[in-house]
Design a protein around this ligand. Sequence first.
Ligand SMILES: NC(=O)c1ccc[n+]([C@@H]2O[C@H](COP(=O)([O-])OP(=O)(O)OC[C@H]3O[C@@H](n4cnc5c(N)ncnc54)[C@H](OP(=O)(O)O)[C@@H]3O)[C@@H](O)[C@H]2O)c1
Length: 352
Amino acid sequence: MIEITLSDLGAMLLECVGAPEEGMAFEGEQALDTPFIEFGYDSLALLQVTSVINRTYGVVLDDDAVSEAETPRQLLQLIASVPAGRSGPLTGTAPAASTASAGFAGKRVLVTGATRGIGRATALAFARAGARLVAGCRTEGDAAKRLRTELDETGAEFTIVAADVTTSEGAAVLAGGAREWFGDGDRDARGVLDVLVNNVGVDGHVPFDRLTEAEWHRVIGHNTTSAYLVTHALLDVLADGASVVNVGASVALRGRPAGVHYSASKAAVIGFSRALAKDLGPRGIRVNTVAPGVTETDPEEGLPPQLVARLTALTALGRLGRPEDVAGAVLYLAGDSAAYVTGTTIEVDGGI
Ligand SMILES: NC(=O)c1ccc[n+]([C@@H]2O[C@H](COP(=O)([O-])OP(=O)(O)OC[C@H]3O[C@@H](n4cnc5c(N)ncnc54)[C@H](OP(=O)(O)O)[C@@H]3O)[C@@H](O)[C@H]2O)c1
């Protein structure tokens, strides 16, 4: 038997369809017998949610019966009456993380936001593939210390530069660090960077009616403006024929509830890449976007299990992404295999 509570159902509807009518709450005895239509959910919304339940729990709920459920109680009873097809939620297995790949020996690579999550996996993948690295972060804290130890173990040459890349001053500090490191101490070095990965970004969850101007600017500043500031500061540091990879997000192409600012900031990254590819094409510089889906950067402190199950069920591969999955796409776009690929977006989302 599948155990789904009223609040689980409410959370799934919120995730799949959007918020209920204002003032309506998916909790308490009264909500159990309140018609779905009063919450603003029609039978199409119920079918969307039940397809997630089907895939999560390996069951097949009858569409006609689902459409006839008028209240949450009726739908929960219907769900409880169907034997579970598997004992737990759908979870696919990821192949073992690749520990090494060739092809970047001696290449000069800068990754922003390299101390955690996707940036850390990307920096380590480049290091293992033989690249020389500048790893960016905001502050030289514990995460930077850990990265230093991990990069030391790869034997790669690297330096870590701390600077807030949401400001032009911070972007200039990072660009100066790259110039000096790759130019062997020459503060005026030009054309010494082969790969730039603009990975810095922050998440944001706020319903649109509560979205403040400050929160809008925080998210746009980190996710869009930082890519502009860093790339602009590095324009003459980039070698002709270099590759720029910007980290976007797959929700930019779909939208998500309570994420107007986040989705807009990441959609802007796609436009930024497409247009910059045209400006820099004459120098042979390619510019692309990698758009990850939900990626578990820290499974220990990650999303609540119910949410993981729901998001997992939306993927074709039956698992959430890992930072290494995204790093793989970044390395592909940065390398010679992608020599004729520019202005494009690769979604790394398990087939949502
Ligand atoms: N994780 C996901 O599910 C997911 C899904 C889609 C897209 N993405 C995108 O993937 C990218 C990486 O996400 P993540 O989850 O791996 O990030 P994360 O774990 O939160 O790591 C963020 C990194 O960015 C650095 N950073 C943050 N603000 C900065 C600033 N103002 N200046 C300089 N560095 C700054 C952090 O440095 P400190 O350690 O010094 O703070 C850290 O290294 C982001 O663009 C994100 O939007 C992530």
